[in-house]
Design a protein around this ligand. Sequence first.
Ligand code: SAM
Length: 227
Amino acid sequence: MEIQSSTLYVVPTPIGNLADITHRSIHVLSQVELILCEDTRVSQKLLKHYNIDTPTKSYHMHNEHRTVDRLVEQLQQGMSMALISDAGTPAISDPGFLLVRACLQSGVYVTSLPGPTAFVPALVQSGFPTDRFVFEGFLPHKKGRKSRLSQLAEETKTIVLYESPHRILKTLAQCTQVMGPDRQASISRELTKAFEETVRGTLEELEAHFTTHTPKGEFVLVIQGKN
Ligand code: SAM
């Protein structure tokens, strides 16, 4: 497997279990000239674990606008780079889209490797239809939140949302209110980690569950589409 010059490799990294990385991803991370990391300190743990000593540079939501042009220039001049985020697939509720778009607009080759992302295992083990679904990422925190929820209440495809432990109860309460207490849903938390758990039930049951069990970890909420 030869690394190509003038190429951006988008490389998914584990979402909890360090073993969840492909041989090809390890090879690419070892062989590219530079790895762009959402947080270089977070990624060091993974890179060290796999004895990868490729130089790293930070690329995150606070510097992507001002660094993207320079990175594209370097890629055009022949560099090979990998883009990784703290966990999962870059550009999926993580930085990446801006750089990918800028590369493509400038004729830089982009290749996205397959690998870990949190929504696929959560969707599959929800037991809801997987042939058609909508991935919504994080709901807006304030502006536009209510109208997004009202739109989603009418959605007939399976709905997938990302959520933090601090907001999961609020989101469940609002979904219960807008979609009705009897709508079926599934919550997967701590996927691939020691305390991985999936809880299934109505929105109201899930709200009750996480009222008595303090929400801990990272959450994917999957909601059955409207019948
Ligand atoms: N790029 C990542 C991906 O491909 O899934 C998503 C990054 S986003 C900043 C972080 C969110 O992903 C968390 O708030 C949670 O909703 C979800 N997530 C990430 N890791 C998870 C895990 N191990 N278990 C459950 N949800 C997870």
